[in-house]
Design a protein around this ligand. Structure first.
Ligand SMILES: Nc1ncnc2c1ncn2[C@@H]1O[C@H](COP(=O)(O)OP(=O)(O)OP(=O)(O)O)[C@@H](O)[C@H]1O
Ligand SMILES: [Mg+2]
Length: 473
């Protein structure tokens, strides 16, 4: 999918850096839409220079949209949108003197030039219905004043902030605090007041600094000093309020700050529940692994005691089969979310089979490469057993008479398939061996059938077995 910057580059003459600036503006501009109760449209000068094209559109959460329809891709010319052209040409914020009627609704429109370095690279219009703000209350007035600041910063090339931290923006509606240039709290929105109450602050906090309230260090002062957007948190007990502090600039001067405040206690609580569940699942995998290892060592002991070579071999093979299942659980126990990177499991199985079955006088190397992606136990377990069987076969049958060799395991993920290739440079598998398969290949075949996968065996220059199973079922 083309990014916004790509789309801008394809319709305008802007440079990559300029287009990226507009893209990063559009990652931050919800706050402007919400503070100004307006729809926002981003206009970019078209490459033939006689029109503007709308490249992005945003609706406010704080008021009804004027534009339920999608406007992106529309072109407008100078006579249709004179103030867009003027803002672009003069590099100043232009406000329409009087509301215009569009479909019978009065609409007020401001045009804000977007500056990047020394150039105006686009225009943002704020379009809202003044009916909602005929006699603005205190909250509306604070919002509109803040919006005015942000608009001026956009036209001065100061918004979006450089180095905006990753992570989504809290919304204006989650809670808004305003500060003067010395860091004193000047206003708090009703939702912000409720959050402060939940943090245990019943008294009036206006006129004080956040850091004095005993809720931990906040980045307000640092944001005022460095003019950078900073994230922080207020917390007490189980209540956590995330803060995003936006310094407001007038020219070079920091004149105050806004903080968007979002109560994230519920989220934290959910995270905690999930992580407890996760730990429980991992503990269970750990125990299953221990139990399987106990079974394997019992069989190993028994294998040492029996006299018949055939019985010994059968018991040893079972040890490897059970051991490979144990390795899946071991890997799952180490990973969150009940999935394991199968490449990791395969490397461990390669090691186990190599250590356990290659005899001292044999010189056979086992190499595992590639990744198959994160798989759940339902897929990883049969694949692990399959791999163990195929490796056992290669070690037992491909290199008779101390013939040296290499066994390669290659893993890959192709669209929705997991591919596992086990390849040895030994004597090669005879075709009748395939037909009259004994237990090993029979197990493999029935596991792969059950997964809805396929197995292909080729025997030239050794044996190559390719297993392909759907990863999503
Ligand atoms: N990599 C290989 N190279 C050469 N021959 C092979 C290879 N893999 C399998 N074979 C042949 O195919 C036969 C069938 O393999 P299969 O795994 O089904 O049985 P097995 O290894 O003999 O016994 P087990 O049931 O213990 O696995 C083997 O006996 C062997 O002759
Ligand atoms: Mg076998």
């Amino acid at each position: 999918m083309a990014t916004l910057a790509d789309r801008i580059l394809s319709v305008s003459r802007l440079s990559r850096a300029e287009a990226e600036h507009l893209r990063s503006l559009c990652r931050s501009w919800q706050v402007l839409a919400d503070l100004s109760f307006s729809d926002l449209l981003l206009y970019v000068r078209s490459d033939d220079e006689d029109a503007f094209e709308i490249c992005a559109q945003l609706r406010p959460f704080t008021s009804q949209t004027l534009y339920p329809q999608d406007l992106v891709g529309q072109r407008v010319t100078q006579p249709e949108q004179p103030i867009v052209e003027r803002a672009f040409r003069e590099g100043r914020v232009w406000a329409q003197a009087d509301p215009v009627l569009v479909d019978g609704i009065p609409i007020r429109m401001d045009a804000v030039p977007v500056r990047y370095e020394d150039r105006v690279v686009g225009v943002v219009t704020k379009e809202g219905s003044p009916a909602t703000s005929r006699r603005p209350g205190r909250m509306e007035q604070v919002y509109l004043d803040a919006a005015e600041h942000v608009s001026q910063m956009i036209s001065a090339g100061r918004f979006p902030y450089p180095d905006t931290p990753a992570g989504d923006w809290p919304r204006v509606g989650d809670g808004l605090l305003t500060f003067d240039g010395s860091g004193s709290l000047t206003w708090a929105s009703p939702n912000a007041v409720s959050s402060l109450r939940r943090l245990g602050l019943a008294q009036n906090v206006l006129g004080r600094e956040l850091d004095e309230l005993g809720l931990g260090q906040t980045p307000v002062n640092e944001a005022l000093q460095t003019a950078k957007l900073l994230d922080g948190e207020l917390s007490r007990g189980d209540t956590h309020v995330r803060l995003r502090v936006m310094p407001l600039l007038d020219g070079e001067q920091v004149v105050g700050a806004l903080a968007l405040a979002r109560d994230i206690s519920e989220l934290r609580q959910k995270d905690r529940v999930i992580s407890v569940k996760d730990a429980t699942i991992r503990e269970i995998h750990h125990r299953v692994k221990n139990n399987l290892q106990t079974i394997a060592s019992l069989l190993r002991l028994q294998g040492r005691r029996v006299q018949s070579e055939e019985a010994k071999a059968a018991l040893n093979e079972s040890v490897v089969r059970i051991g490979s299942i144990a390795l899946v659980h071991e890997t799952l126990a180490e990973n969150p979310q009940d999935v394991a990177e199968f490449g990791e499991v395969a490397r461990r199985i390669g090691q186990m089979v190599g250590d356990g079955l290659v005899l001292p006088h044999q010189s056979v190397d086992v190499k595992v490469s590639g990744q198959a992606g994160a798989l759940g136990a339902d897929l990883a377990t049969p694949l692990a057993v399959t791999l163990a069987e195929l490796l056992q076969n290669a070690i037992e049958h491909a290199f008779p008479d101390d013939r040296p060799g290499t066994i390669k395991v290659e893993l890959a993920r192709e669209a929705d398939d997991v591919i596992m290739i086990v390849w040895d440079d030994g004597v090669g598998m005879s075709t009748d061996a395939l037909g009259g398969a004994r237990l090993g290949l029979q197990i493999v075949r029935s596991l792969i059938d059950e997964l809805g996968g396929t197995m292909r065996v080729a025997a030239d220059d050794g044996t190559r077995v390719e297993v392909r199973v759907p990863a999503l079922r």
